[in-house]
Design a protein around this ligand. Structure first.
Ligand SMILES: Nc1ncnc2c1ncn2[C@@H]1O[C@H](COP(=O)(O)OP(=O)(O)O)[C@@H](O)[C@H]1O
Ligand SMILES: [Mg+2]
Length: 299
């Protein structure tokens, strides 16, 4: 590991956000309370919690879509909350978002090729040959052919549309991708394909994911670290293994217990991991013995 991966790409510290309550807005509802987390380059932080716990609001603050009341959002060493509109626009190239519903981001009046090209135009890539090259490359990565891309979004299935939304997010070569429930609207069989694609893209491109998800099985599968949110607060954080296998936190336990089979699956995975570790230990011991024998033979 080098230094770059040791310093977090995204650091959120004591983020607070409230909304005015009712007309006149003299009273405010506190939505986020002192939300803090770190996300290392090339890794995935799963932000989990039940509906209404403040996950999307956290994402909106990170994306600069809404202003926080207070707190720090440091991206690659720069506090985004202090940036001007122009400064934020420049930075936004490096931070992209994928939403639960791809239809919202795919204007039905444009072909897929045009939709994927649009961010390049918006961000001032003026060379059209360069734009075409980058559109083809990113479509290829998500498994949509250039020929298919001449069609309109309605001609695609839900899973394909989410692939197109992912291509749109990746065409600018971002560092951080905020994924807000990216597979929650898809059939289970399609979910697995899109999750595999996201994993592959992370490995190939070194992407960092803030992965918002209420499905704990998906969170476990995708995340290096987990932060658990409840009523606007991060109540527990740690590695996936810490949170899913060893949690003592009552809210996390309640979340896990609410998922049929989740604890059983976690226990099975734990046993499988223990068996793998034991097998590895035996192999290492056997190799060590063989190594000693070889060394003695050579004497
Ligand atoms: N623009 C808004 N105005 C007022 N309240 C909002 C707004 N956006 C979200 N909220 C409230 O903030 C809380 C958290 O919402 P959200 O961040 O969408 O949760 P999650 O993504 O975890 O389901 C909810 O109670 C929601 O009603
Ligand atoms: Mg949400």
């Amino acid at each position: 590991m080098n230094n770059a991966s040791a310093t977090p790409l995204l650091r959120v510290e004591k983020l607070n956000k409230s909304y005015a309550k009712g007309i006149g807005g003299r009273h405010r509802t506190q939505i986020l309370r002192d939300v803090s987390f770190e996300l290392r380059r090339g890794q995935t932080l799963g932000l989990v919690g039940e509906s209404g716990s403040g996950k999307s609001t956290t994402a909106a603050c990170v994306m600069g879509l809404t202003a926080a009341d207070s707190g720090l959002i440091e991206f690659d060493g720069v506090d985004l909350t202090t940036l001007s509109k122009a400064g934020m626009r420049k930075m936004r190239r490096r931070i992209q978002m994928v939403f639960q519903d791809p239809n919202g981001s795919l204007d039905p009046r444009f072909t897929v090729a045009d939709l994927v090209e649009e961010p390049l135009i918006v961000h001032g890539v003026t060379d059209s040959a360069e734009r075409s090259r980058r559109v083809s490359e990113v479509l290829d990565r998500v498994g949509i052919s250039v020929k298919q891309a001449q069609r309109y979004p309605f001609a695609f299935s839900g899973g394909q549309r989410q692939r197109i939304a992912i291509a749109r997010a990746l065409v600018l070569n971002p560092d951080l991708v905020v994924l807000d429930e990216p597979v929650s609207a898809l059939d289970v069989s399609i979910q697995a394909q899109v999750l595999n694609l996201l994993s592959d893209l992370q490995d190939e491109l070194g992407l960092t994911y803030l992965f918002i998800v209420h499905d704990l099985a998906v969170a476990r599968l995708m995340s290096h670290h987990i932060a658990v949110m409840n009523a606007g607060e991060i109540v527990e954080a740690g590695t996936s293994a810490d949170v899913f296998d060893n949690t003592t936190h009552p809210y996390t336990r309640a979340l896990l217990d609410a998922v049929p089979g989740a604890r059983r699956r976690a226990a099975q995975q734990r046993t499988a991991a223990q068996q793998r570790a034991a097998a590895q230990q035996r192999t290492t011991a056997a190799l060590a013995t063989a190594g000693t024998a070889d060394a003695m033979e050579g004497m």
